[in-house]
Ligand binder design. Sequence first.
Ligand SMILES: [Zn+2]
Length: 249
Amino acid sequence: MRILIIGIGDAFSRFHFGSSALIHAPAGYVLIDCPDPIHRALFASTSKAGWNIDAGRIDDIILTHLHGDHSNGIEMFGFFRRIGRLNGRIPTKPRLHVSRPVSQRLWQRLAPSMEAPMPFGSHGASTLEDYFDVRVLEPGRTTTIAGLDVDCRFTGHPVPTIGLLIHDAQTSFGWSADTPFERAHIDWLNQAGVFVHESNLGPSHTPIESLNQLPKSIRDKIRLIHLPDDFDPSQTDMRMLREGQVIAL
Ligand SMILES: [Zn+2]
């Protein structure tokens, strides 16, 4: 499994893309979260890493939650792929993996701009299923995505949010998603060999001071993301991620 970091920023970053990553999985590419501007963010990071992957080659997206800094790119990803199907350029419809509460609310968010009939001039409103094959992730049930086994766990963030544990045959990787500091969530993520954890101002995020209290054996596994622009790396001995960086497991 190889993980390319697409964005490391928080919701208000002036310098970074929103926190997100692209996994090179055994059976394709999996995007974790879809911030705006997704096409530019993918181009910037894949170019740095020499991957040259655009939205036309990513058939699986996992959305951890609906805050805009994690999900605003879904609209332009969806349009890109649907137009690609209509003109025969990209044959497949992408799968969108979300928790049940997100599956129930997502279209409310997207419909005002995406429900118009397509192609232009045709009749009948568009639906979410015209853009994405929506799959529900449930805690306690492992889902196979692009050849990876994916488990999820709800965090205590103010809107329904899932952290992820991702396994292939050899390795495992964790993704905290947005979360307040919660030791049970960290213990769950600690099943992985390496995990990405967010850090930002509480109470809906995890202050770096809380992560600094963890045992060294856990801190060594953590890679930091979702950081404020003024984050000072000297505050911690944990490693901060960079956009375009590849984690090879
Ligand atoms: Zn959030």
